[in-house]
Each structure stands twice: as structure tokens, then as C-alpha cells.
Write a protein that binds this ligand. Sequence first.
Ligand SMILES: *[C@@H]1O[C@H](CO)[C@@H](O)[C@H](O)[C@H]1NC(C)=O
Ligand SMILES: *[C@@H]1O[C@H](CO)[C@@H](O)[C@H](O)[C@H]1NC(C)=O
Ligand SMILES: *[C@@H]1O[C@H](CO)[C@@H](O)[C@H](O)[C@H]1NC(C)=O
Ligand SMILES: *[C@@H]1O[C@H](CO)[C@@H](O)[C@H](O)[C@H]1NC(C)=O
Ligand SMILES: *[C@@H]1O[C@H](CO)[C@@H](O)[C@H](O)[C@H]1NC(C)=O
Length: 414
Amino acid sequence: MAQNLHVLCFLIFFIALNLQSVLSWRIQNSTNNIGDQCPPQPHPLGMCKSRVAAYGYPCEEYQVTTEDGYILSLKRIPHGVSNADNSTEDRTPVLLFHGLLVDGFCWVLSTPKQSLAFILADSGYDVWIANCRGTKSSRKHTSLTPEDPDFWDWTWDQLADYDLPAVLQFVYNQTGGKKVHYVGHSLGTLIILAAFSEHKLIDIVRSAVLLCPIAYLHRMKSRLIWLAARIFLAETIHMLGYHEFNPVGPVAQELLGEVCTDPEVDCYDIFSAVAGPDCCLNTSTTCIFLQHGPQSSSVKNMIHMSQLVRKAGIRKYDYGNKKENMKHYNQPEPPLYNLSSIPPHVPLFLTHGGQDFLGDVPDTRHLLRTLVRQHDSDDIEVLYMPDYAHGDFVMGYNAPQLIYKPMVEFFKRH
Ligand SMILES: *[C@@H]1O[C@H](CO)[C@@H](O)[C@H](O)[C@H]1NC(C)=O
Ligand SMILES: *[C@@H]1O[C@H](CO)[C@@H](O)[C@H](O)[C@H]1NC(C)=O
Ligand SMILES: *[C@@H]1O[C@H](CO)[C@@H](O)[C@H](O)[C@H]1NC(C)=O
Ligand SMILES: *[C@@H]1O[C@H](CO)[C@@H](O)[C@H](O)[C@H]1NC(C)=O
Ligand SMILES: *[C@@H]1O[C@H](CO)[C@@H](O)[C@H](O)[C@H]1NC(C)=O
């Protein structure tokens, strides 16, 4: 029994964070074969050639090395299709930072009229697309390889401390010192809030857009993730000797396949129960997402995420005992990120969904209370989308009208 429970929870944990499977099973509609509708089509050419240039947009590729040695891939769409001749002087840079278990591909999944990166380029912005450490195009390091356990010795603390500043500073430098608009989705919001709360990067960020902000997770609506965090599942995986968290690794896939072919199990419902039911995804967009595939993170990062679910408050990674914490932080408890100390004049645009079980309503309200109370009212805008879940904000067919249009208006005012 205990053994079964353990296997079940292991499974649930993978399912919980496995957006690809969420979508694939949904398209599959329990019985049809997804292979018929979305044949696997790896993109050996990379994002620039396979998607951006394919639509006639310019695309540049850069490499940025973080202070701790990770070599990150950064893409740039310097202008749109119809505004190539406009003066570059007028173009403000925008940096797009993806969420957990995906990469920069998520901003170009649909047609130019539907995807945020293209829409911003066509609206006159200089668009930069980050790919954090561990994702397909950012798996290089000055001295380590992904086979080294040390390559995976990081959590979002390091994304906030190293990846984010390296990429932002690079964009700032490359554009001759222009302040950058920032757009983060999901985990991409937590890292900028963490940096702001330590009064970092404020001088080079012009405004920040937070799509499905993730900060407090203590009231997480997804019971399955909550359970996975409760039983220390990520810690168990770590103890088993895994360092890279690959959501489409063979173990996860095999377990998933077995459970979902059982006619008693309605996978459609399991997945909706985890990430929240997306209202507005087009099959064609989801297919492209599936073909590109979800991305790896570190198991340690997963442990840090589950610490947020278990304990109220947002702290740095907890090494689990006072001695180790003393060694890393010089205090017995990991330091707190105090979101109340985010300077009130940083322009913020937050948008969250009523159906999002990950960036759930009670936790997001808590975040809003923290931020809005002391923020200058002209500099904060909140957009609530009652029907939206986690994926709709980057892939929803009506997001251009409902989200990106007010976002561009917001940029114009700041
Ligand atoms: C999904 O399955 C249900 C019943 O099993 C059916 O009514 C519905 O039409 C199917 N949807 C698609 C898109 O195939
Ligand atoms: C580009 O320049 C044209 C005039 O040359 C102007 O009408 C248009 O609004 C500009 N587009 C953008 C996106 O700035
Ligand atoms: C940006 O420019 C500053 C000042 O010239 C330099 O110190 C810094 O290393 C540069 N950073 C990046 C990421 O290019
Ligand atoms: C997506 O779906 C909506 C609603 O079904 C439809 O109006 C729209 O044209 C679709 N977009 C694409 C790119 O397929
Ligand atoms: C967080 O910051 C606010 C504003 O600077 C301050 O009033 C509050 O005491 C801080 N809270 C903690 C726990 O440090």
C-alpha cells in the first residue's frame, strides 16, 4: 500500500508539471491517437530558422555568459515585417522571459497575428527572447556539462541572481543603454519580483508585465501538486540520484502511458485538475508546442518550488538544516524575499486567470495586496481574466485582443 502510494505520487508529480502531456492528452481526447494529428517534428534548425525567419521576420542569435558560467542563448527579433525602415532610435527593447519547464519558443508558437513576440515586433518594439539555463538551447557552461551533477545545482534563486541580470544587462548594453520593458510568464514573474525586492535591476527596467504571477504558492489550488509537495516527492527523486528534471524523460512517459491507457482513468480530467482548464487554446498552436517539447529544469529547483507550496512566505532555497543554511546564508533560516520592499515607482502590469490552479486566485490576491497597497496607482495595472488558465496567457487565440493590446498601451504610457 505504502509502495503503491509512493508510485502514485511519483506519477502525479510528473503529471502535475507536465504541460506537454496535459495538452497532448487533451487533444487526444482519451481514445484518438495524437500521432495522427500532431506528428512529432523536432526542430533541428532552432527557433530563429524554424519559426521566426519562416514568417519573414529578422532573427538574431546571441550567447550570454552568466557570472557563474552558464552560456545562455538569447534571441532577438529587432523589428517587424512592415516597419523595417523605421528608425532604430525609436525602438524600445522588450525582454520576454518564459516560465517553468518551457523555453523561449513559447512566445512564437502561433501565427504572427497571434504570438506575442511577433505582435510586439510589428508594434515597433525590439524583441529579445531569453532561454534560461537547462533548456534546449542553453545547456552549455564554461567548465561543466549537463552530465555533471553540479550543472544542475541551482534553483530560481540563481535564475534571479545570475540569468536574469546577465540577460537584461546584455540587452541594455546592446541597445546603447535603453531601459528594457520586461514580460515574464509564470516562473519568469517570480524571478523579477525576487530581484526587485532586493532593489536590483530597477535602473535598467522600464516596466514589468507579469503574466500569471507566481510568488506565493501556499494556497495552491491543485491538490495533486499540493500532495506531491507534502510528501517531499522532489526530495525523494533527488535522493534517488537524479539532478536533471526532464518532464518527458522515459520514466515519466512510461508511467504516464500506463495509467492513461487504463479505461477507468480519465486523463483529461486529471490534467485539468492540475493546471486548470485552459479556455482558449487552438489545436494548431498546441501541436507546435508539442512538437517542440517541454524543457528540463533542475530537481533542486523543483524542491525549491515545493518548499514554496509547503511554507507560507517566499524564501531562498532551504538546505533543510540550520548548519547548512548557516554555511550558505550565515543565518539558520533561509533569507526572506520581502515583496513589500519592491520600490513603489516600478511600473507593473499584472494579469491573472480565474481558472489558473497554479497562479491561483487566493495566492495572487495575497500578492496583489502586497504590491498594490503601496504602489503608486498610476504605475500599477491589474487585469483579471475569469476564464483563463495558465496556458491561455501565452497561447490563447484571443490573448492578442484581451491581453497584448492593453499591454502595448501600458508600454506606451511608461
Ligand atoms: C471528445 O470526446 C467526447 C466524448 O468522448 C466527444 O463528445 C467530443 O466530440 C470529442 N471531441 C473531439 C474534439 O474529438
Ligand atoms: C514606422 O514609420 C511609419 C512612417 O515612416 C509610421 O507611419 C509607422 O507608424 C511607424 N511604425 C511603427 C511601428 O513605429
Ligand atoms: C555592459 O556594459 C558594462 C559597462 O560597459 C560592462 O561593465 C558590463 O560587463 C556589460 N555587461 C554585459 C552583460 O554586456
Ligand atoms: C483559433 O480558434 C478560434 C476559435 O475557434 C478561431 O476563431 C481562430 O481563427 C483560430 N486561430 C487559428 C490561428 O487557427
Ligand atoms: C518588508 O519591507 C517592508 C517595507 O520596507 C517593511 O515595512 C517590513 O518590515 C519588511 N518585512 C520584513 C519581514 O522584513
